[in-house]
Design a protein around this ligand. Structure first.
Ligand code: SF4
Ligand code: SF4
Length: 529
């Protein structure tokens, strides 16, 4: 059932966004919504501009989560600044007490007592971790109670479960909507095959089995990973260092999303969106327009087939076949994540390319027993050698995170002990330039970074960037528990005068003075040209 909402106000700049009923709930959502996990990796103003551009273009919902490093707060701020009505799909996890705390904290951020919708993050993981989902006192009971009390409109869940598992969720009749992975490739950059007893998601079967079942039960299907986590087309928000797929025609996100939306079983697509340019292109896919012309569909199919033939889908088949015991699929996975730039999560330390393959020479290039074989037709040695060369380039440019060994030997620095896990800081810039810099830090001290100081503004920690002549402050966006990490992404303004500078980064409390004795957590040379 599709509700086409035509222009309600003649001055509305977006007359044609399609809106669809969210399952059996009374809500209608735009055909395109935004995923917000990447917002933690872009400067705050860029995040706000991206969201507000989407709202202006007719996007009326976002998916977010409390563990997206402050994304929920940015969403709340963007909605308030835009003055528009936007539906927020946030989600919780953990036992009931924690889940309830997350629900209330979303209410506080959105300044409301009643949420349109709230959901369960990766519901199969909740069950796998032994959290009480279904039983008495569990989180489903909590959500149903909130609905009864009038404090919640609809319930959704996010899932990477098997089709059998998703089928059970649908038949439970608890959920109005489901956020599940689907794209034309049949896999995405984070696809993984876990060890037993967990069974992986199956994207092609989602289409064959889950789509019709959801239709039968009147449950809205919201598609995550519609662009394969950046595998299907280069993103516009982050630099793509290298594409490993060999499609002759590069695809556009708008066409890919439009093709998905031609499926009547699909309620909406939820691509991660992290720049104004991405907001414009993604939102346009949801506008009312004629179906994608057949010649464009043919290009889409052809490029997708070429991607499938040249990208590892991570089926895991070859991992046990390699005579040198290389974890082949994991090497491909980290290479795709590191080079694509658009992925929402980083590789775990223990799964980093150079942790798994520390040798400088690609093992495949000296292998005399090529026992690997790929049912998908990937030339594994050729592709792995290609991947190795590219990962070495990224390593030389300092663009890969520290390996676990490097992290272990790194000395904690600064008054709030931290380790630098990765950095994206140039060593030269034009005078007066603006450039996004990134730091990924780990709190290796014993204290929480946000709440310990209980500062009036609740933002007690600040990253200070000192050039010797100028200082820039960047606020911490969320709580960082001991042993956890946070991203600082910010727009840096380079000095106006050419010369050799030293960038010093300090993590301090807002009221803390930086003296000659204050230890920087990082020092970098910077040539201003
Ligand atoms: S068999 Fe092919 S698709 Fe499967 S993990 Fe190995 S390289 Fe990837
Ligand atoms: S060529 Fe590479 S992937 Fe294949 S068996 Fe040899 S080392 Fe393993």
């Amino acid at each position: 059932m599709i509700l086409e909402q035509m222009r309600r106000n003649p001055t509305d700049p977006v007359p044609y966004m399609r809106y669809r009923r969210l399952g059996r709930s009374p809500l209608t959502v735009s055909a395109v919504g935004f995923g917000t996990c990447q917002l933690r990796m872009i400067p705050e103003q860029q995040a706000l501009d991206t969201l507000k551009k989407g709202f202006e273009l007719g996007v009326n919902f976002v998916h977010t989560a409390p563990d997206y490093e402050g994304a929920e707060d940015l969403v709340a701020q963007a909605i308030e600044e835009s003055g528009r009505r936007v539906i927020v799909f946030s989600q919780g996890y953990g036992e009931r007490t924690h889940f309830e705390w997350l629900f209330e904290s979303t209410c506080r951020k959105l300044k409301t007592k009643r949420l349109d919708v709230f959901g369960i993050a990766c519901v199969e993981d909740r069950e796998y971790l032994g959290e009480n989902v279904w039983k008495k006192g569990g989180i489903i009971e909590f959500l149903l109670e909130k609905k009864q009390q009038g404090r919640l409109g609809s319930i959704f869940c996010e899932t990477h479960g098997t089709p059998e598992y998703i089928g059970k969720l649908i038949r439970s009749a608890v959920f109005d909507a489901m956020l599940l992975p689907y794209n034309l490739l049949g896999f995405h950059v984070l696809s993984y095959f876990p060890s037993s007893p967990v069974i992986p998601e199956d994207i092609p079967r989602n289409k064959k089995e889950i789509f019709p079942l959801a239709r039968q039960y009147g449950i809205a299907l919201m598609l995550m990973k519609p662009l394969g986590g950046g595998l299907m087309c280069p993103g516009k928000a982050f630099p793509t260092h290298r594409r490993f797929s060999t499609e002759r025609t590069l695809l556009r996100s708008e066409d890919i999303l439009r093709a998905l939306l031609m499926d009547a079983d699909v309620t909406c697509v939820v691509p991660g969106t992290a720049s104004v340019a991405e907001a414009e292109e993604n939102a346009a896919a949801g506008w009312v327009q004629s179906p994608l012309p057949s010649d464009q569909i043919a290009v889409l199919q052809c490029s997708t087939a070429e991607m499938i033939a040249s990208l590892c889908s991570r089926c895991g088949h070859c991992d046990l076949l390699c005579s040198r015991h290389l974890p082949v699929s994991w090497l491909f996975r980290d290479a795709y994540i590191s080079n694509g730039g658009s992925e929402t999560f980083e590789t775990l330390d223990r799964l980093q390319y150079f942790h798994l393959h520390p040798q400088d020479i690609a093992t495949c290039s000296v292998c005399d027993n090529r026992s690997c074989w790929c049912p998908q037709g990937i030339d594994i040695p050729y592709r792995l050698i290609e991947v190795h060369e590219q990962m070495q380039i990224l390593r030389e440019r300092g663009l890969l995170p520290e390996t676990p060994d490097q992290i272990n030997v790194q000395r904690p620095r600064g008054p709030w002990p931290s380790k630098v896990i990765s950095r994206d800081i140039p060593d030269r810039l034009p005078a007066g330039a603006r450039r996004t810099l990134r730091l990924w830090l780990e709190n290796v001290g014993p204290l929480k970074w946000l709440s310990l100081a209980a500062a009036a503004d609740h933002r007690p920690m600040t990253l200070v960037i000192d050039t010797g002549r100028t200082r820039q402050n960047v606020r911490l966006r969320h709580e960082v528990e001991p042993g956890t990490r946070t991203h600082f992404s910010f727009e840096f303004e380079s000095p106006d005068n050419p010369g050799q500078y030293t960038l010093r980064f300090f993590l301090v409390k807002e009221d803390e003075r930086i003296t000659d004795q204050t230890e920087p957590l990082l020092t970098c040379p910077l040539l201003i040209e």
